[in-house]
Design a protein around this ligand. Structure first.
Ligand code: ATP
Ligand code: MG
Length: 371
């Protein structure tokens, strides 16, 4: 995965010291956790049942895009079960021995949180299967013909795995979780609640319209909402503003170049190029990237997912196109033959071939299509 360009305010992922700031804003129990009704209800059932049976809870997998609350929920699970929490991550477990060391030192009922669980090494993964199912691991000692395996009992524990890429998890691992929570993007109303809570903790005064203004620019992501709130706080502090209203919030965020849909400069320059330079496309990804002076990968992995999600940009077998909402968002009038309008029509084979003299449409034809 590419690094987010430094300082990108609307990145879903957290950067270095932000993780520390986040700790202060993390809800500590399920009641304080905003939104995700379905996951919250299911999870609370799993935990309550475990408590009633006097057993450790089933293993739980949290999946979803960055910043939606996976780590927060893992901590809440430990809190609700009144159990100690051990934290590690896939990339930190490169050898089966690393995992064996963690597992063998767990205490009964402990919650083991493995972040980015899809990045664990294969041998460690196989050890984990057995540990999850039988609370036992086989430690292999020695090499070659003289190698022996020593069985090791481990106390019952609850594994909480988190992944942004559930599709990368091997089936056998996925199957061993008793419950999988799929986190979804938050509505603006839910983000307003997240912001209200954070503002209280940060001792900030914001009125309702101010919250709405920040929430609607936060791309459905609590992490981004909290980050924008901190920027608005700086702005208000420097400007000597007592209470943040809608105008102040939007002025502050305009200054940071986050527009009313939550697009930043990179997102907008991709859309601008698509509409102004290529008449709405279709245009190949690499051409588009050159036009905005970015790496192909940056455009594809950093800007595009949100633009596609918002229905602003379309990926077609012939290249990227501006959707009607993109023209509208930029305040432009689409040309009458704008490809976005025709996007819903199934192209005939001759249509698809007609464009093959575009520089990079042919070689991208397979990879561009997003089923
Ligand atoms: N439902 C929620 N209610 C209130 N705050 C939330 C909620 N979900 C997330 N947050 C806040 O958003 C921030 C990011 O959440 P968290 O670290 O749990 O995300 P994540 O899914 O683990 O992200 P990553 O994939 O990057 O690890 C935290 O500071 C947390 O306080
Ligand atoms: Mg996390």
């Amino acid at each position: 995965m590419t690094q987010q360009p430094d300082g990108r305010l609307v990145a879903g992922a957290a950067e270095g010291e932000e993780r520390e700031l986040e700790t202060a804003l993390r809800p500590k129990n399920l009641d304080d956790f905003v939104g995700q009704q379905r996951v919250r209800r299911q999870l609370s059932l799993v935990l309550e049942a475990a408590r009633l049976r006097g057993r450790t809870a089933d293993h739980v997998l949290m999946s979803g895009p960055p910043g939606l609350g996976k780590t927060t929920l893992a901590m809440i699970i430990a809190g609700e079960m009144n159990a100690p929490l051990r934290i590690s991550s896939g990339p930190a477990i490169q050898h089966a021995g690393d995992l064996a060391a963690i597992l063998s030192s767990l205490t009964e009922g402990e919650v083991l949180f493995l972040d980015e669980i899809h990045r664990m090494s294969r041998p460690a993964e196989e050890m984990l299967y057995m540990a999850m199912e039988d609370f036992r691991v086989d430690i292999v000692v020695g090499k070659g013909a003289g190698a022996t395996s020593i069985p090791l009992e481990i106390p019952p524990f609850t594994l909480v795995g988190a992944t942004t890429r559930a599709g990368l998890l091997p089936g056998p691992l996925r199957d061993r979780f008793g419950f999988t929570g799929h986190l979804e993007f938050y509505s603006t109303e839910e983000l307003e609640l997240v912001l209200r809570r954070s503002a209280l903790l940060l001792d900030m005064k914001v009125n309702s319209a101010g919250f709405t203004q920040i929430a609607s620019r936060s791309r459905g992501t609590p992490r981004i909402a909290n980050r924008l709130l901190r920027r608005v706080r700086d702005w208000a502090l420097v400007g000597g503003l007592e209470q943040v209203d809608s105008r102040a919030a939007s002025a502050a965020l305009e200054m940071y170049e986050v527009d009313e849909k939550g697009l930043d400069r990179l997102d907008r320059s991709v859309l601008e190029a698509l509409c102004r330079k290529f008449a709405g496309g279709p245009v190949g990804l690499s051409t588009l990237a050159i036009a905005v002076g970015e790496e192909t990968e940056t455009v594809e992995t950093v800007a595009e997912p949100f633009l596609v999600r918002e229905g602003l940009l379309g990926r077609t077998p012939r290249g990227r196109i501006a959707m009607p909402a993109a023209w509208e968002h930029l305040g432009l009038v689409p040309p009458p033959d704008s490809p976005g309008a025709a996007f819903w029509m199934v192209p005939t084979p001759s249509d698809a071939g007609a464009d093959s003299n575009r520089p990079d449409s042919a070689d991208e034809a397979d990879t561009l299509f997003d089923p």
